[in-house]
Design a protein around this ligand. Structure first.
Ligand code: FAD
Ligand code: NAP
Length: 314
């Protein structure tokens, strides 16, 4: 049996952008093939309540993504559990290689590989990753029942993680380098009302402290960003929530990127610098980075892929 599959539209990524592109491309009778990657469902599978995706007043992130997958499948999108490791943009059709050993050839490609959590880059952070240092509260919060933990960051993710972690921890300290949060006002309000959360303004983490046997976190060192004074906070867990960077590994040497690695698309379009290659969602969006905007761009990419293929065939 051949390990090569051909498709008119190869969609890479299974977040809101990828699945929405799948729905639209399938309804255009393009028989799209979607490759899910390492994180089927994307970033929303790492959160709990989603309250701003229209038509759901409140829905769990993983449930929303299961519904999107079901929707794409029901429309006829073919979904493959593989990870794309490289793409040859010089050949026509394009050739993508999967970690499974499969090869995918495609007349057009929709890149929807989203974004990944950023890290501070401290040596001690790296040393204790998985042993008390995490970037996913929903994945690891359960291990900190009755313990004191810290969350680093001041955006929506940091505040949501801090709120979620109060379900387990005895105390959560949110540490932010300024005295103004980026998080939405409704989240800031919930933060202020939560008695288990203390906010430490004007501080940044400079070191994670811990034991080797067993390997575990015992505290952190923080620096006051105004006075440079260094102090210590005892804690059993550190959640780093300082933002996300575009997952551009497949294309960063081929496609134009800007603003820290986001793939450049033409104005009001998902077209990239290579005809037939489209980019949607957090991979290209440095501004909004929401589920609904990613879904919208997935729709745009599929409509543009449809037009591109029609022109090629015409
Ligand atoms: P992603 O969701 O990042 O999905 C990327 C996909 O690409 C994944 O499926 C991954 O497996 C796949 N992929 C990556 N590399 C490869 C590869 N090489 N081969 C194949 N597949 C690959 N937004 C909201 O609107 N409301 C919220 O409440 C909300 N809460 C959030 C909570 C948290 C904790 C986080 C981190 C984000 C939250 N967001 C929220 C933002 C939202 O999750 C993102 O804007 C959205 O998921 C981006 O969608 P996407 O499709 O571009 O990419
Ligand atoms: P973000 O909005 O970019 O915020 C990152 C935060 O981390 C900022 O407060 C930033 O500080 C801080 N930070 C960055 N680098 C740092 C460093 N080196 N040291 C210390 N602090 C640092 O990222 P995010 O919160 O992950 O959100 C990403 C996107 O997903 C956003 O568009 C967000 O709206 C979306 N999202 C939405 C929801 C929701 O709708 N409910 C939930 C989660 C995420 P400064 O403020 O000083 O720059």
């Amino acid at each position: 049996m051949s390990d090569t599959r051909h498709t008119k539209v190869l969609i890479i990524g299974s977040g809101p952008a990828g699945y929405t592109a799948g729905v639209y491309a399938a309804r255009a009778m393009l028989n799209p093939l979607l490759v899910q990657g390492l994180e089927p469902g994307g970033q929303l599978t790492t959160t709990t309540e989603v309250e701003n995706y229209p038509s759901f007043i409140e829905i769990q992130g993983p449930e929303l993504m299961v519904k999107m997958e079901e929707h794409a499948r029901a429309m006829g999108c073919d979904i493959e559990g593989d990870i794309i490791t490289s793409i040859d943009f010089d050949q026509r059709p394009f050739v993508a290689h999967g970690d499974s050993g499969k090869t995918y050839t495609a007349d057009s490609i929709i890149l929807a590989t989203g974004a990944r959590a950023k890290w501070l880059g401290l040596e001690s952070e790296e040393a204790f990753k998985g042993f008390g240092v995490s970037a996913c509260a929903t994945c690891d919060g359960f291990f900190y029942r009755g313990k004191e933990i810290v969350v680093i960051g001041g955006g929506n993710t940091a505040v949501e993680e801090a709120l979620f972690l109060t379900n387990f921890a005895s105390k959560v300290t949110l540490i932010h380098r300024r005295d103004t949060l980026r998080a939405e006002k409704i989240l800031q309000d919930r933060l202020a009302k939560n008695e288990k959360i203390e906010t430490l303004w004007f501080h940044e983490m400079v070191e994670v402290l811990g034991d080797d046997n067993p390997k575990s976190v015992t505290g952190i060192k923080v620096k006051n960003t105004q006075t440079s004074d260094v102090s210590q906070i005892d804690c059993a867990g550190v959640f780093v929530a300082i933002g996300h960077a575009p997952a551009n590994e497949l294309v960063k040497d081929t496609l134009e990127t800007h603003m820290g690695g986001y793939v450049v698309t033409k104005p009001d379009s998902t077209e990239t610098s290579i005809p037939g290659v489209f980019a949607a969602g957090d991979l290209t969006d440095h501004k909004y980075r929401q589920a609904i905007t990613s879904a919208g761009m997935g729709c745009m990419a599929a409509l543009e892929a449809e037009r591109f293929i029609a022109e090629q065939e015409g």
